[in-house]
Design a binder for this molecule. Structure first.
Ligand SMILES: C[S@@+](CC[C@H](N)C(=O)[O-])C[C@H]1O[C@@H](n2cnc3c(N)ncnc32)[C@H](O)[C@@H]1O
Length: 228
């Protein structure tokens, strides 16, 4: 598996993070979630679930902060990368292959991290290949809605979910979905940044759908949902 080594999860970070081809390299959304993770009270009794772990950058960070971390991804390459990055950084991770929370049946966590695919994408067919890390159906909510709906079942009674996505797929929709699922939800971080290459490549389609007008920036939003 050809690989590139980059800072994990920021270029200034001396820790090692191997990102094989086809695995999502830590980006601005990873970094926003990492900032939010640092605001959580984590001890050696905190069980953390990283849904869609990719390179494992956030899982490694949560373990470094003291948490007992389980990382899940549907991509075998990502599973291998997360495991390897745990080893390279001296952190013990449980890495599971599977579809979101179904990979950890019956388990509950104090903190659930999710940077799911959220980019609106043309076509109804499930994405294949590397695009599976970002494409998420015509409204971008294919995975987000599932994460919201399944959160109560994987959260400890005092647990919290941290979820990052673009404003393009609907912040209010996520807040409403989490509320419907029985969580108290709020936006805890927002940052605006220029469209990346994937959004730029489908600007025409995004305009046709009314998701984008003249703007060339998107807002990344971190939402926190808690059970109590
Ligand atoms: C945007 S990337 C985030 C990677 C990493 N957490 C980060 O912040 O850098 C989304 C990840 O979700 C994974 N993924 C997509 N669909 C999934 C599913 N149904 N179950 C588990 N993981 C999934 C992708 O393989 C990809 O690694």
């Amino acid at each position: 598996m050809p690989s590139a080594t980059v800072g994990c999860p920021t270029p200034a970070d001396p820790r090692r993070c191997v990102v094989p081809r086809g695995v999502y390299a830590p980006q601005a959304d990873t970094r926003r979630l990492r900032r939010a993770l640092h605001r959580e009270p984590i001890t050696d009794r905190t069980h953390v679930l990283d849904l869609g772990t990719g390179s494992g950058a956030l899982a490694v960070e949560a373990a470094r902060l003291g948490g007992r971390v389980t990382a899940v991804d549907i991509s075998w390459r990502a599973v291998a990368a997360a495991w390897l990055n745990g080893v390279l950084n001296g952190q013990s991770l449980r890495v599971r292959h599977g579809d979101l929370a179904s990979a950890v049946p019956g388990r509950r966590f104090h903190l659930v991290l999710a940077n799911p695919p959220y980019v609106p994408a043309p076509g109804a067919a499930p994405p294949r290949g590397p695009a599976r890390a970002w494409d998420a159906g015509p409204d971008g909510r294919l995975l987000i809605d599932r994460v919201c709906d399944s959160a109560p079942a994987v959260l400890h009674p005092t647990g919290a979910l941290l979820l990052v996505h673009s404003h393009l797929c609907g912040v209010d929709a996520t807040l409403a979905r989490l509320t419907e699922a029985g969580l108290r939800a709020e936006v805890v971080d927002r940052t605006r940044l220029p469209f990346g290459p994937v959004l730029r490549s489908r600007l025409g389609w995004l305009r046709e759908r009314g998701l984008v007008n003249g703007e060339t920036t998107e807002e990344l939003v971190v939402i926190r949902g808690r059970r109590s």
